[in-house]
Design a binder for this molecule. Structure first.
Ligand SMILES: NC(=O)c1ccc[n+]([C@@H]2O[C@H](COP(=O)([O-])OP(=O)(O)OC[C@H]3O[C@@H](n4cnc5c(N)ncnc54)[C@H](O)[C@@H]3O)[C@@H](O)[C@H]2O)c1
Length: 396
């Protein structure tokens, strides 16, 4: 086991699928994980055809149920070490539950599932099984997100007063779903996507970015879920004013109708000593503004501790020595996914060896983080139905 790559099984990913591909590249990034099996499509015949046509050999299954059940028939070195769930939101809960019950770790796409009831059941099951579980909040995997987290949590910006965490896109500015476009069709259908469209799809990323970087939690929301495209049953514009647990305020906002915006996730954090700004479309750099000082732009791979802002300490040393390619060789989306799979692999290996593992949200989003995302959506739906009335978040 120590020397063999981990075996990963895909759930979803056939016929024009999107996010499976960045994931499967990221799984292969280090040579220590590989995709060996897949249940790639809801129709059993097409699922097998898609697996036979996969760009490298994998074992195809008619369904994820068959793939999970087959594990007990296989020799230990051929069994799946974890499954990756890359299906639309309505097909997260059932395969995740089945895998957990079969003792297979799960890396699941966001949002965690369809509603808070499903999220409650998943948290219970993961805790009972004490098994690694990760949620694919991609942008936590950027090295600069990890540096931002260090800076804010270390108090280098002072006390956080205000956060603007946003995710703006323009691809749903027209009724794309009417053309049958695959990704738009299920994302705008409440039965397949959940109670919030834009909020579930990308607002949850903006929330997670805020929570991961600042370590703060949302306690109350005043939410406006709006739809600009006529006839669309779900929100395509999601604006949430938030109270945070340290007394700060935040805006968690997302939109899919902003023409010209591609994948503009970003965060701005204003503290009593300074402000941090970061955007995922320029993920190699982050900017720090301090009062009466020139702006500081920090580039991944070109950072010196003890420069008058970044102190010298063990936590920063650990970050700075984390293996990355030298500066000027740009890291981006795939590297972020690879970092998440790398940390998840480490936990799966520890768990398999009977050692303590830490699916605790410090390196990738945890089951509890997934739950908070679903609780946030449920609370925003309630608040928006009451014209933005301040509404308290439930506690896990
Ligand atoms: N982390 C990110 O940055 C990110 C980006 C895009 C999508 N996502 C999430 O990833 C998930 C998939 O999104 P997508 O855009 O790739 O969707 P997609 O429509 O491109 O792909 C979904 C795949 O799931 C398959 N599928 C559906 N039901 C299935 C079943 N019962 N069994 C097996 N396969 C089944 C489909 O055939 C398709 O191959 C969603 O939950 C979405 O929110 C996350």
């Amino acid at each position: 086991m120590a020397n063999r790559p981990l075996n990963v099984g895909l759930i979803g990913g056939g016929k024009g699928a999107f996010i499976v591909h960045p994931h499967q590249r990221a799984i292969h990034f280090d040579g220590t994980r590989r995709v060996t099996a897949g249940a790639l499509f809801p129709d059993p015949k097409i699922a097998l055809e898609e697996a036979a046509n996969w760009p490298y050999p994998i074992k195809g299954y008619e369904s994820y149920t068959a793939m999970i059940e087959d594990q007990k028939n296989l020799p230990a070195n051929e069994r799946l070490d974890y499954v990756l769930i890359v299906t639309p939101n309505h097909v997260h809960f059932d395969p995740a539950m089945k895998a957990i019950r079969a003792g297979i770790p799960v890396f699941c796409e966001k949002p965690l599932c369809l509603n808070l009831q499903e999220a409650n059941a998943l948290v219970k099951a993961v805790r009972r099984a004490n098994i690694p579980f990760g949620v694919a909040h991609t942008y936590l995997g950027h090295w600069t997100t990890r540096l931002s987290r260090y800076i804010v949590r270390k108090g280098l910006l002072g006390t956080v007063r205000w956060v603007d965490s946003y995710y703006l896109q323009g691809w749903l500015a027209t009724k794309l779903e009417a053309t049958g476009q695959q990704q738009a069709t299920w994302r705008t259908n409440p039965k397949l996507a959940g109670g919030s469209g834009c909020g579930g799809d990308i607002g949850t990323h903006a929330l997670m970015q805020l929570r991961y970087v600042t370590g703060l939690d949302v306690t109350h929301v005043s939410a406006q879920l709006e739809r600009f495209v006529e006839g669309r049953p779900l929100d395509d514009h999601f604006t949430i004013y938030c109270q945070l647990n340290n007394g700060a305020k935040a805006l968690v906002r997302a939109s899919q109708i902003c023409i010209g915006y591609k994948n503009d996730l970003g965060i701005q954090i204003a503290g009593t000593k300074g402000t941090l700004r970061w955007r995922q479309e320029e993920p190699e750099q982050l900017t720090i503004h301090l009062a009466n000082q020139p702006d500081r732009v920090y580039w991944r791979g070109a950072i010196t501790a003890g420069d008058g802002f970044l102190p010298k300490d063990a936590r920063l040393d650990a970050l700075l020595t984390e293996p990355t390619i030298p500066s000027g060789h740009p890291e981006a989306f795939h590297d972020a996914f690879a970092r998440l799979h790398r940390f998840f692999e480490a936990d799966v290996r520890k768990w398999k060896a009977g050692k303590k593992f830490t699916s605790d949200g410090s390196n990738y989003a945890s089951i509890e983080d997934g739950w908070v995302g679903m609780a946030f959506l449920a609370t925003c739906l309630k608040s928006s139905a009451k014209k933005g009335a301040w509404t308290a978040m439930p506690k896990l």
